[in-house]
Every structure is written in C-alpha cells, then in structure tokens.
Design a protein around this ligand. Structure first.
Ligand code: COA
Length: 188
C-alpha cells in the first residue's frame, strides 16, 4: 500500500474499493440528507479517474476523504460557461479539449477537523495534477456561500471564486453556491 504523507497519527493513501462503505458513512456524517452520495456513486467516481484519497487515523478509521470526477462534458455546458470565464473551450470541442477535474466531495470527521487534514488532501490532489502528463487545466468545485471554513481553505490552497454565484444551486436548504477554480497553468 503506497502512503503519501504522514501527519502525526494520520496517514494518507489512495481510495480503494474496500473503503467505499466507510467513505459513504463519513460522507453521510459530513453532509445533510439529500446532499450525501450513495455508495454506488462512490463506485462510479472511483472508476472515473485516479485522483481519490483518504486519510486514516491510527486505528485505520477513515478520518477524511476527497473524491473527484472529470467534468468536461457537463461542466462545459451553458451553465458552466455563462458568467464563469475560466477559459474553458466555449465550443466544447472534444479534440484538444482542456480537461477539467472537479472535486466532487471532500469531508473530514468532526473530531479530526482543524488539524490540516482537508488542506493536505487538497494539496496532494494539486501536486498530483500538476505532475501528471494528463492535460488537466483546471480543478473546479462548488461550495455553499455560507461555508466560510471551506471557502477559506480553498482560497489558501490557491482556488479562486469565479464570477457571480450559482443561484439556487443547493437544496436542503436552498442556497446559492460559488464555483471556485484552480488553474494548473503557470504552476511549473
Ligand atoms: C470543510 C472541511 C472539509 C475542512 O476540513 P479540516 O480538515 O477541518 O480543514 P483544515 O484543518 O485543513 O482547515 C480548516 C481550519 O483548520 C485550521 N488548521 C489547519 N491546521 C491546523 C492545526 N494544525 N491546528 C489548528 N488549526 C489548524 C486551518 O487554518 C483552517 O482554519 P480557518 O478556517 O480559520 O482558516 C470540514 O470542515 C468538513 O468536512 N466539513 C463538512 C463537509 C464540507 O463542508 N465539505 C466542503 C463542501 S464544499
């Protein structure tokens, strides 16, 4: 098992299928009902690409996770391009298309928060994406406008808010969101 980083009593590694159930439980803990993913959606995300990570504590419990999904197809839709000038190909051509990888979900167990685990998960993703031969030009994510902790964290690791808000993007309760993005260009 390849371990990327040691953080005191925590360690970080890639997500594996055997982790789906634990990640599903932590996801339910972190998000309100209706916003949490199903186990089968985690399986779908796992099959989509390699950029998924978990943090384990010293007892092998999942303390945090980050999962991603390629979003070229749907995020290059009118919704994504309207008012969100991140340089995505407006014609959505499939050839020479710049790939966009979305942070589909990130969560840390309440008792393990404020120790830099989410920051480490995001920095590991950014490092991997900056070092891959794949043409991933942007990392994107959506966040509730009220989620100040997450927004501050994303800004600290280099994400910026896109223009405007995603009006009524969230339910449970209904709320606007920000689209935030990280450009891998000019990083090397
Ligand atoms: C958002 C979330 C993932 C952050 O996880 P986390 O592991 O607590 O995040 P970090 O510890 O990396 O950073 C959070 C804060 O801890 C601080 N921190 C980091 N390392 C620290 C340390 N060693 N000691 C004390 N504080 C520390 C950070 O500076 C940051 O503080 P700030 O908000 O005042 O800037 C977590 O709160 C969560 O799971 N929330 C519910 C799900 C959610 O909202 N996900 C995001 C949806 S878009």
């Amino acid at each position: 098992m390849y371990i990327w980083a040691l953080m005191g009593r925590y360690y970080l590694r890639r997500l594996q299928p055997a982790d789906f159930a634990a990640v599903y439980e932590l996801n339910k803990h972190c998000f309100v009902e209706g916003e949490a993913y199903t186990e089968s959606y985690f399986a779908y995300l796992y099959a989509d690409n390699d950029y998924h990570y978990i943090v384990l504590d010293e007892n092998n419990n999942v303390a945090g996770y980050l999962v991603t999904v390629y979003s070229d197809d749907d995020e290059c839709s009118d919704e994504f391009n309207a008012g969100h000038d991140i340089g995505c190909d407006p014609n959505c051509e499939k050839t020479n298309h710049k790939r966009v990888l979305a942070v589909a979900s990130i969560g840390v167990n309440t008792k393990d928060r404020n120790r830099g685990l989410a920051r480490t998960l995001l920095e590991t993703l950014i490092s991997d994406v900056n070092n891959t031969s794949e043409m991933i030009t942007y990392l994107v994510l959506q966040v509730r406008v009220s989620n100040a902790t997450a927004i501050r964290l994303y800004e600290k690791v280099g994400f910026v808010k896109s223009i405007g808000k995603l009006v009524g993007y969230y339910s449970h309760p209904t709320e606007d969101g920000y689209l935030m993005y990280y450009s891998t260009e000019n990083q090397n």
